[in-house]
Design a protein around this ligand. Structure first.
Ligand code: C2O
Ligand code: CU
Length: 462
């Protein structure tokens, strides 16, 4: 054998010498985030467990926390039997790290890995999820919370993440059922037969009377719009889609949380000791069901606290230049009962039948699915006003990657800054944003079945 025989002893001695000299033997690898199969109990006790695709073996995946202004560095290790990638939803991210297979990166093959490493400009509540065949991969469990902490701790007693989701399971076997039937795709999308919080059917968050909680609600469901209200809790909305509101807004009405949206609440427990407070969800039959139960045990203080302070604003929350903005419009078309006549698909104009044969039921600005050219090419720094006209019979949660936007009201008033907006049938929602993040950015419906069957396009910022 040629060369220097490297005995085990010699190798160890070499390492020790390196250590003595203060030289690390190897560069530290980033912390892994492992996408892998796992078995978890999603259904209530007594029902079968479910084989999921997970991040690090749990559903939701590991809660990632990092400081605003810092970096997030994770090595995606793909132990799934299929290619995958991770999208960091709502982070105003470097385009190369956006995780969109086929647009910003190659999918990571089974057995492969990919190092994600990016700056975190904004504090707030975000989430991460698969962005390769998302309709299937997210439904199978590939999502998790991503919390970016403010420089100074916000004044609450506890900070809790509530990731809301629904699963479509076979009650006998606990196995996932496909949600990709044409009828599902062309209607409201795949809603589950089991709704839960943080991977549990009956999620409970015990608290004390007068305790103040920050609740970070994340809708990780494929298509379900959550309509929520509080019971025995009172409080304020302090942020939406990660972005702080200028002032906390007292909660009175129902909260609507579309797929991919987040709401940060500050709530005080006002129920008496021994009562059960909580977050309720309106079911399709109109009844209110517990989404998260808050059993009240003990008392944190004699009286409630005062009104909370606003969260510190994130950088670049201004959307200026509205008057001279570039104006664009996009029709949302298709789906059941709306009579989409034709749309472009892979460079050809196809009639409704032809589209259906390709599994395409929806179109954005006359285009079904991804095209070679972007919906719009924008120059860096320009302000854009985009009118989204929903000409379908269903609501759609439209999400722009890479940049947050504000809605523009009929009277010109700007809504809160967000990354996902719900549009209803026969409604036009105008959004405005500053195209300040260069790269190729997806714009799609976050009802993932809709995205997979036509409602996905992209823009490019030069
Ligand atoms: Cu939540 Cu295209 O992503
Ligand atoms: Cu949709």
């Amino acid at each position: 054998m040629a060369g220097i025989p490297l005995s085990r002893r010699g190798f160890c001695a070499g390492l020790a010498a390196g250590a003595i000299l203060g030289r690390p033997a190897f560069a530290a690898a980033p912390t892994p985030l492992t996408a892998r199969p796992a078995t978890v109990q999603l259904a209530p006790e007594g029902y079968a467990a479910t084989k999921v695709w997970s991040y690090d073996g749990t559903v939701p995946g590991t809660t990632l926390r990092a400081k605003q202004g810092g970096r997030l560095t994770r090595r995606l290790v793909n132990e799934l039997p299929v290619p995958t990638s991770v999208h960091w939803h709502g982070i105003r991210i470097d385009n190369a790290m956006d995780g969109v297979a086929g647009l910003t990166q190659e999918p990571v093959p089974a057995g492969g890995s990919f190092d994600y490493d990016f700056v975190l400009p904004d504090a707030g509540t975000y989430w991460y999820h698969a962005h390769t065949n998302s309709m299937e991969q997210v439904a199978r469990g590939l999502s998790g919370p991503l919390i970016i902490e403010e420089a100074d701790a916000y004044d609450v007693d506890r900070d809790e993440v509530l990731m809301l989701d629904d699963w479509l399971l076979d009650p006998e076997t606990g196995a996932f059922r496909g949600g990709d039937h044409p009828v599902t795709l062309s209607h409201a999308g795949r809603t589950g037969n089991l709704v839960g919080t943080n991977g549990q059917f009956a999620f409970s968050l015990p608290a004390k009377r007068h305790e103040r909680l920050r609740l970070r609600l994340i809708n990780a469901a494929n298509a379900r719009i959550f309509v929520l209200r509080l019971a025995g809790l009172e409080g304020w909305t302090v942020a939406v889609d990660g972005m702080p509101l200028p002032e906390p807004e007292p909660l009175s009405d129902e909260l609507v949380l579309a797929p991919a949206q987040r709401i940060d609440l500050v709530v005080d427990v006002t129920a008496e000791e021994g009562e059960t407070a909580g977050l309720l969800r309106r079911d399709t039959d109109g009844t209110w069901q517990p989404q998260a139960m808050v059993p009240v045990t003990g008392q944190a203080s004699i009286a409630r606290r005062g009104v909370p302070a606003a969260l510190p604003p994130n950088p670049k929350m201004e959307v200026s230049g509205l008057k001279d903005a570039r104006r664009l419009t996009m029709a949302l078309e298709g789906g059941a009962m709306s009579g989409l006549e034709s749309a472009r698909y892979k460079g050809r104009e196809l009639g409704f039948r032809g589209l259906m044969q390709e599994g395409q039921f929806w179109a954005l600005a006359g285009q079904a699915g991804m095209a070679d050219v972007p919906f719009a090419r924008l120059s860096r720094g320009e302000t854009v006003r985009l009118g989204l006209t929903n000409q379908t019979m269903f609501p759609h949660a439209m999400h722009l990657h890479g940049m947050h936007f504000r809605t523009v009201g009929a009277d010109g008033t700007l809504g809160p800054m967000r990354d996902t907006v719900l549009t209803f049938p026969n409604e036009t929602v105008e959004i405005a944003f500053v195209a300040d993040n260069p790269g190729k950015w997806l714009l799609h419906c976050h009802m993932l079945g809709h995205a997979a069957s036509g409602m996905t396009t992209w823009i490019e910022v030069a």
